[in-house]
Design a protein around this ligand. Structure first.
Ligand SMILES: [Zn+2]
Length: 334
Protein backbone atom coordinates (compact mmCIF):
# COMPACT_ATOMS: atom_id res chain seq x y z
CA UNK A 1 0.00 0.00 0.00
CA UNK A 2 1.41 3.36 -1.04
CA UNK A 3 1.49 6.21 1.46
CA UNK A 4 2.68 9.79 1.13
CA UNK A 5 5.10 11.20 3.69
CA UNK A 6 2.67 14.08 4.14
CA UNK A 7 0.11 11.74 5.66
CA UNK A 8 2.72 10.75 8.22
CA UNK A 9 3.43 14.34 9.30
CA UNK A 10 6.93 14.34 7.80
CA UNK A 11 8.48 17.06 5.64
CA UNK A 12 10.91 16.92 2.72
CA UNK A 13 14.23 18.78 2.74
CA UNK A 14 13.54 21.54 0.20
CA UNK A 15 12.55 24.44 2.44
CA UNK A 16 14.70 23.21 5.32
CA UNK A 17 17.87 23.25 3.21
CA UNK A 18 17.12 26.61 1.59
CA UNK A 19 16.83 28.18 5.05
CA UNK A 20 19.96 26.42 6.33
CA UNK A 21 22.13 27.59 3.42
CA UNK A 22 20.86 31.14 3.86
CA UNK A 23 21.18 31.05 7.64
CA UNK A 24 24.68 29.60 7.76
CA UNK A 25 23.86 26.48 9.77
CA UNK A 26 23.43 22.77 8.99
CA UNK A 27 20.69 20.22 9.67
CA UNK A 28 21.67 17.16 11.70
CA UNK A 29 21.18 13.83 9.93
CA UNK A 30 21.25 11.13 12.57
CA UNK A 31 21.04 7.45 11.70
CA UNK A 32 18.73 5.24 13.74
CA UNK A 33 17.90 1.57 13.90
CA UNK A 34 16.41 1.10 17.36
CA UNK A 35 13.94 2.71 19.74
CA UNK A 36 16.43 4.19 22.20
CA UNK A 37 18.33 6.02 19.45
CA UNK A 38 15.08 7.37 18.06
CA UNK A 39 13.88 8.52 21.48
CA UNK A 40 17.17 10.29 22.12
CA UNK A 41 17.12 12.00 18.70
CA UNK A 42 13.53 13.21 19.07
CA UNK A 43 14.02 14.39 22.65
CA UNK A 44 17.14 16.32 21.62
CA UNK A 45 15.46 17.87 18.57
CA UNK A 46 12.27 18.75 20.49
CA UNK A 47 14.17 20.35 23.37
CA UNK A 48 16.37 22.44 21.09
CA UNK A 49 13.67 23.03 18.45
CA UNK A 50 16.00 21.84 15.74
CA UNK A 51 14.85 20.43 12.41
CA UNK A 52 16.13 16.89 12.14
CA UNK A 53 16.72 14.21 9.53
CA UNK A 54 16.13 10.61 10.58
CA UNK A 55 18.33 8.45 8.41
CA UNK A 56 17.73 4.83 7.58
CA UNK A 57 20.52 2.94 5.85
CA UNK A 58 20.14 -0.27 3.91
CA UNK A 59 21.81 -2.01 6.84
CA UNK A 60 19.27 -0.52 9.25
CA UNK A 61 16.41 -1.74 7.07
CA UNK A 62 17.89 -5.21 7.14
CA UNK A 63 18.47 -5.03 10.89
CA UNK A 64 15.19 -3.57 12.09
CA UNK A 65 12.71 -4.20 9.24
CA UNK A 66 11.60 -1.38 6.96
CA UNK A 67 7.93 -1.55 7.96
CA UNK A 68 8.76 -1.20 11.62
CA UNK A 69 11.17 1.70 10.97
CA UNK A 70 8.55 3.54 8.92
CA UNK A 71 5.97 3.32 11.68
CA UNK A 72 8.59 4.30 14.24
CA UNK A 73 9.25 7.48 12.25
CA UNK A 74 5.52 8.15 12.09
CA UNK A 75 5.36 7.60 15.85
CA UNK A 76 8.31 9.95 16.27
CA UNK A 77 6.28 12.83 14.83
CA UNK A 78 3.48 12.24 17.32
CA UNK A 79 5.97 11.78 20.15
CA UNK A 80 7.63 15.10 19.26
CA UNK A 81 4.25 16.86 19.50
CA UNK A 82 3.62 15.21 22.84
CA UNK A 83 6.93 16.64 24.04
CA UNK A 84 5.59 20.11 23.29
CA UNK A 85 7.17 20.66 19.85
CA UNK A 86 4.21 22.22 18.09
CA UNK A 87 5.44 22.00 14.50
CA UNK A 88 8.05 19.29 14.34
CA UNK A 89 10.18 19.35 11.20
CA UNK A 90 11.22 15.76 10.77
CA UNK A 91 12.53 14.17 7.58
CA UNK A 92 12.64 10.42 7.01
CA UNK A 93 15.58 9.85 4.68
CA UNK A 94 17.05 6.81 2.96
CA UNK A 95 20.81 6.85 3.43
CA UNK A 96 22.91 5.42 0.56
CA UNK A 97 20.17 4.00 -1.65
CA UNK A 98 21.99 1.88 -4.20
CA UNK A 99 19.27 1.12 -6.76
CA UNK A 100 16.23 2.67 -8.42
CA UNK A 101 14.04 -0.08 -6.98
CA UNK A 102 15.10 0.60 -3.39
CA UNK A 103 14.58 4.36 -3.76
CA UNK A 104 11.18 3.85 -5.38
CA UNK A 105 10.07 1.50 -2.63
CA UNK A 106 11.06 4.06 0.01
CA UNK A 107 9.17 6.84 -1.82
CA UNK A 108 6.10 4.60 -1.98
CA UNK A 109 6.56 3.72 1.65
CA UNK A 110 6.39 7.22 3.12
CA UNK A 111 10.00 8.43 3.09
CA UNK A 112 10.21 12.19 2.47
CA UNK A 113 13.76 12.13 1.11
CA UNK A 114 16.02 9.56 -0.52
CA UNK A 115 19.66 9.36 -1.40
CA UNK A 116 20.74 7.62 -4.56
CA UNK A 117 24.41 6.86 -4.23
CA UNK A 118 25.74 5.96 -7.66
CA UNK A 119 29.06 7.64 -6.96
CA UNK A 120 31.00 4.43 -7.53
CA UNK A 121 29.66 4.19 -11.11
CA UNK A 122 31.21 5.96 -14.09
CA UNK A 123 30.04 9.59 -14.35
CA UNK A 124 27.47 9.11 -17.14
CA UNK A 125 25.89 6.14 -15.37
CA UNK A 126 25.71 8.10 -12.13
CA UNK A 127 23.88 10.86 -14.03
CA UNK A 128 21.48 8.40 -15.64
CA UNK A 129 20.52 6.52 -12.48
CA UNK A 130 20.23 9.68 -10.39
CA UNK A 131 18.00 11.28 -13.03
CA UNK A 132 15.73 8.24 -13.04
CA UNK A 133 15.32 8.35 -9.25
CA UNK A 134 14.70 12.12 -9.31
CA UNK A 135 11.99 11.70 -11.96
CA UNK A 136 10.06 9.28 -9.78
CA UNK A 137 10.69 11.00 -6.43
CA UNK A 138 9.70 14.46 -7.63
CA UNK A 139 6.34 13.14 -8.82
CA UNK A 140 5.69 12.50 -5.13
CA UNK A 141 7.37 15.69 -3.87
CA UNK A 142 10.15 13.62 -2.32
CA UNK A 143 13.59 15.27 -2.40
CA UNK A 144 16.72 13.51 -3.66
CA UNK A 145 20.33 13.61 -2.50
CA UNK A 146 22.99 12.45 -4.97
CA UNK A 147 26.73 11.97 -4.63
CA UNK A 148 29.80 12.90 -6.65
CA UNK A 149 33.21 11.75 -5.52
CA UNK A 150 34.00 8.76 -3.33
CA UNK A 151 34.43 8.69 0.45
CA UNK A 152 36.81 6.29 2.11
CA UNK A 153 35.77 4.09 5.02
CA UNK A 154 33.07 1.60 5.87
CA UNK A 155 29.40 2.34 6.54
CA UNK A 156 27.13 -0.67 6.58
CA UNK A 157 27.42 -2.07 3.08
CA UNK A 158 29.09 1.02 1.64
CA UNK A 159 32.84 0.78 1.65
CA UNK A 160 35.83 2.03 -0.25
CA UNK A 161 39.51 1.81 0.52
CA UNK A 162 40.44 5.14 -0.98
CA UNK A 163 38.66 8.45 -1.37
CA UNK A 164 38.41 10.56 -4.50
CA UNK A 165 37.62 14.21 -3.95
CA UNK A 166 34.66 15.61 -5.85
CA UNK A 167 35.75 17.31 -9.07
CA UNK A 168 34.34 20.86 -8.93
CA UNK A 169 34.35 21.03 -12.75
CA UNK A 170 31.66 18.29 -12.86
CA UNK A 171 29.09 19.66 -10.43
CA UNK A 172 27.22 22.13 -12.65
CA UNK A 173 26.67 19.59 -15.41
CA UNK A 174 25.67 16.93 -12.87
CA UNK A 175 23.10 19.04 -11.05
CA UNK A 176 21.67 20.41 -14.30
CA UNK A 177 21.27 16.96 -15.84
CA UNK A 178 20.00 15.10 -12.78
CA UNK A 179 17.91 17.86 -11.13
CA UNK A 180 18.90 16.47 -7.73
CA UNK A 181 17.98 18.60 -4.70
CA UNK A 182 21.24 18.27 -2.78
CA UNK A 183 24.71 16.94 -3.43
CA UNK A 184 26.97 14.90 -1.18
CA UNK A 185 30.59 15.72 -1.90
CA UNK A 186 33.89 14.18 -0.90
CA UNK A 187 36.33 16.58 0.76
CA UNK A 188 38.12 14.26 3.15
CA UNK A 189 35.40 13.08 5.55
CA UNK A 190 35.10 9.33 5.83
CA UNK A 191 32.69 6.67 7.11
CA UNK A 192 33.15 4.80 10.39
CA UNK A 193 35.13 5.32 13.60
CA UNK A 194 38.53 4.88 11.95
CA UNK A 195 38.61 7.77 9.54
CA UNK A 196 42.37 8.04 9.34
CA UNK A 197 45.33 5.81 10.00
CA UNK A 198 47.92 7.11 12.48
CA UNK A 199 50.26 7.51 9.47
CA UNK A 200 47.86 10.02 7.89
CA UNK A 201 47.86 12.12 11.07
CA UNK A 202 50.36 14.37 12.76
CA UNK A 203 51.01 14.47 16.49
CA UNK A 204 50.23 17.42 18.72
CA UNK A 205 53.62 18.16 20.32
CA UNK A 206 51.95 19.24 23.60
CA UNK A 207 49.41 16.44 24.18
CA UNK A 208 50.93 13.71 22.02
CA UNK A 209 47.46 13.12 20.54
CA UNK A 210 46.86 12.32 16.87
CA UNK A 211 45.70 15.26 14.76
CA UNK A 212 43.85 14.25 11.57
CA UNK A 213 44.56 15.98 8.24
CA UNK A 214 42.29 18.99 7.57
CA UNK A 215 39.27 18.78 5.24
CA UNK A 216 39.74 20.03 1.68
CA UNK A 217 38.02 23.38 2.13
CA UNK A 218 39.45 24.51 -1.20
CA UNK A 219 37.34 21.85 -2.94
CA UNK A 220 34.25 22.91 -0.96
CA UNK A 221 34.87 26.54 -1.88
CA UNK A 222 35.28 25.69 -5.55
CA UNK A 223 32.00 23.71 -5.51
CA UNK A 224 30.19 26.59 -3.79
CA UNK A 225 31.48 28.96 -6.43
CA UNK A 226 30.13 26.76 -9.22
CA UNK A 227 26.75 26.24 -7.51
CA UNK A 228 25.94 29.32 -5.43
CA UNK A 229 23.33 28.55 -2.76
CA UNK A 230 22.99 24.89 -3.73
CA UNK A 231 22.63 22.51 -0.73
CA UNK A 232 25.78 20.50 -0.06
CA UNK A 233 25.93 17.39 2.16
CA UNK A 234 28.79 15.96 4.21
CA UNK A 235 28.78 12.25 4.99
CA UNK A 236 31.00 10.51 7.52
CA UNK A 237 31.15 13.52 9.85
CA UNK A 238 31.37 11.97 13.28
CA UNK A 239 34.05 13.48 15.47
CA UNK A 240 34.65 10.21 17.40
CA UNK A 241 34.83 11.89 20.83
CA UNK A 242 37.90 10.73 22.72
CA UNK A 243 35.92 10.48 25.98
CA UNK A 244 33.71 7.73 24.48
CA UNK A 245 36.65 5.89 22.95
CA UNK A 246 38.42 6.04 26.32
CA UNK A 247 35.29 4.92 28.17
CA UNK A 248 34.88 1.94 25.80
CA UNK A 249 38.51 0.97 26.23
CA UNK A 250 38.44 1.45 30.00
CA UNK A 251 35.51 -0.97 30.38
CA UNK A 252 36.70 -3.84 28.23
CA UNK A 253 36.49 -2.44 24.70
CA UNK A 254 39.20 -2.49 22.07
CA UNK A 255 39.09 0.60 19.91
CA UNK A 256 42.72 1.57 19.39
CA UNK A 257 43.35 4.72 17.34
CA UNK A 258 39.69 5.44 16.56
CA UNK A 259 39.73 8.92 15.03
CA UNK A 260 37.19 11.35 13.57
CA UNK A 261 36.71 14.83 12.14
CA UNK A 262 37.52 17.63 14.61
CA UNK A 263 34.40 19.57 15.52
CA UNK A 264 35.89 22.97 14.68
CA UNK A 265 36.20 21.81 11.06
CA UNK A 266 32.56 20.75 10.99
CA UNK A 267 31.55 24.05 12.57
CA UNK A 268 33.33 25.85 9.77
CA UNK A 269 31.64 23.64 7.15
CA UNK A 270 28.18 24.20 8.70
CA UNK A 271 28.53 27.93 8.11
CA UNK A 272 29.03 27.34 4.36
CA UNK A 273 26.67 25.84 1.76
CA UNK A 274 26.95 22.57 3.68
CA UNK A 275 23.42 22.20 5.01
CA UNK A 276 23.28 18.53 6.07
CA UNK A 277 25.88 16.80 8.20
CA UNK A 278 25.66 13.04 8.73
CA UNK A 279 26.50 11.67 12.15
CA UNK A 280 26.26 7.96 12.91
CA UNK A 281 29.41 6.63 14.58
CA UNK A 282 29.23 9.12 17.47
CA UNK A 283 25.84 7.74 18.46
CA UNK A 284 27.13 4.17 18.29
CA UNK A 285 30.12 5.13 20.45
CA UNK A 286 28.03 7.01 23.04
CA UNK A 287 25.65 4.08 23.37
CA UNK A 288 28.34 1.42 23.60
CA UNK A 289 30.46 3.42 26.05
CA UNK A 290 27.50 3.92 28.39
CA UNK A 291 26.40 0.28 28.17
CA UNK A 292 29.93 -0.98 28.84
CA UNK A 293 30.36 1.31 31.83
CA UNK A 294 27.00 0.41 33.31
CA UNK A 295 27.46 -3.34 32.97
CA UNK A 296 31.02 -3.21 34.30
CA UNK A 297 29.86 -1.28 37.35
CA UNK A 298 26.68 -3.29 37.84
CA UNK A 299 27.49 -6.92 37.00
CA UNK A 300 24.24 -8.16 38.51
CA UNK A 301 21.99 -6.13 36.19
CA UNK A 302 20.22 -8.00 33.42
CA UNK A 303 17.15 -5.84 32.71
CA UNK A 304 17.97 -4.08 29.40
CA UNK A 305 16.21 -0.96 30.67
CA UNK A 306 18.85 -0.63 33.36
CA UNK A 307 21.72 -0.24 30.89
CA UNK A 308 19.84 1.26 27.95
CA UNK A 309 18.55 4.17 30.01
CA UNK A 310 22.02 5.63 30.66
CA UNK A 311 22.89 4.82 27.03
CA UNK A 312 19.89 6.81 25.83
CA UNK A 313 20.80 9.71 28.11
CA UNK A 314 24.38 9.74 26.82
CA UNK A 315 23.20 9.79 23.19
CA UNK A 316 20.74 12.59 23.91
CA UNK A 317 23.49 14.66 25.53
CA UNK A 318 25.69 14.09 22.47
CA UNK A 319 22.90 15.01 20.01
CA UNK A 320 22.12 18.24 21.89
CA UNK A 321 25.80 19.14 21.90
CA UNK A 322 26.04 18.62 18.12
CA UNK A 323 22.89 20.64 17.44
CA UNK A 324 23.90 23.62 19.58
CA UNK A 325 27.69 23.67 19.41
CA UNK A 326 28.52 22.22 15.98
CA UNK A 327 25.59 22.59 13.56
CA UNK A 328 23.86 25.67 14.96
CA UNK A 329 20.40 24.36 14.04
CA UNK A 330 18.82 25.01 17.45
CA UNK A 331 15.76 27.22 17.41
CA UNK A 332 15.32 26.87 13.65
CA UNK A 333 12.07 24.85 13.82
CA UNK A 334 9.77 26.47 16.32
ZN1 LIG B 1 27.36 8.11 4.11
Amino acid sequence: MKVSFKELGLVNTREMFAKAVKGGYAIPAFNFNNMEQLQAIIQAAAETKSPVILQVSKGARNYANQTLLRYMAQGAVEYAKELGWKKPQIVLHLDHGDSYELCKSCVDFGFSSVMIDASSLPYEENVKLTRKVVNYAHKHDVTVEAELGVLAGVEDEVSSAVSHYTKPEEVIDFVKKTKCDSLAISIGTSHGAYKFTPEQCTRDPKTGKLVPPPLAFDVLKAVEKKLPGFPIVLHGSSSVPQEYVDMCNQYGGQLPNAIGIPEEQLRKAAKSAVCKINIDSDSRLAMTAAVRKHLAENPSHFDPRQYLKPAREEMKKMYIHKIINVLGSNGKAR
